[in-house]
Design a protein around this ligand. Structure first.
Ligand code: 4NP
Length: 160
């Protein structure tokens, strides 16, 4: 039970491919269930190379195809106090987890996105920046978003 919004942060390396896609897909899922007042979502990268950039062309293409908005999304870098500001810190791969731990986020505060997909626990979301597999990444992110939402609804039931 909570009287405040549940806050979710998706994390990848550059914040132009995977985590902005997760942010857009998860926000769309939340909005379609009318949960926008209960759940907040954002994303960041552990690296700073693309700060200020819109999502990668491959991410934009698939989001356009699926009619999912990414309006206003610009790449951001992880900030120092992330572990206290969010209820869920959701990394795409183990390198992201290691980088988060190096940045001071306690390991037990971090999930992999695949933790929320019952038959894919431990799987990493591959980096489409190198593999150009945006479709595969989208499918994993969709599944992970659904599982994450179910986890949130179970852990933070609506106040009567
Ligand atoms: P992302 O992909 O972490 O999914 O946003 C990458 C984007 C940029 C770079 C690496 C990965 N880069 O090296 O610039």
């Amino acid at each position: 039970m909570t009287d405040r919004t549940v806050k979710v942060l998706f994390v990848c390396l550059g914040n132009i491919c995977r985590s902005p896609m997760a942010e857009a897909v998860f926000r769309e899922r939340i909005n379609s269930d009318g949960l926008e007042n209960r759940v907040e979502v954002t994303s960041c990268g552990t690296g700073d190379w693309h700060v200020g950039s819109p999502p990668h062309e491959g991410t934009r293409r698939i989001l356009d195809e699926k009619r999912i908005s990414y309006k206003g999304q610009r790449a951001k870098q992880l900030k120092a106090n992330e572990n206290t500001a969010y209820d869920y810190i959701v990394a795409m791969d183990r390198q992201n987890v290691a980088d988060l731990v190096d940045a001071g986020v306690p390991q037990e505060r971090i999930n992999l996105l695949s933790d929320f997909i019952s038959d894919k626990r431990g799987l990493e979301v591959p980096d489409p920046y190198y593999h150009n597999n945006f479709e595969e990444v989208y499918d994993l992110i969709s599944e992970g978003s659904e599982g994450l939402l179910q986890d949130i609804l179970a852990r933070y039931p609506e106040r009567e």
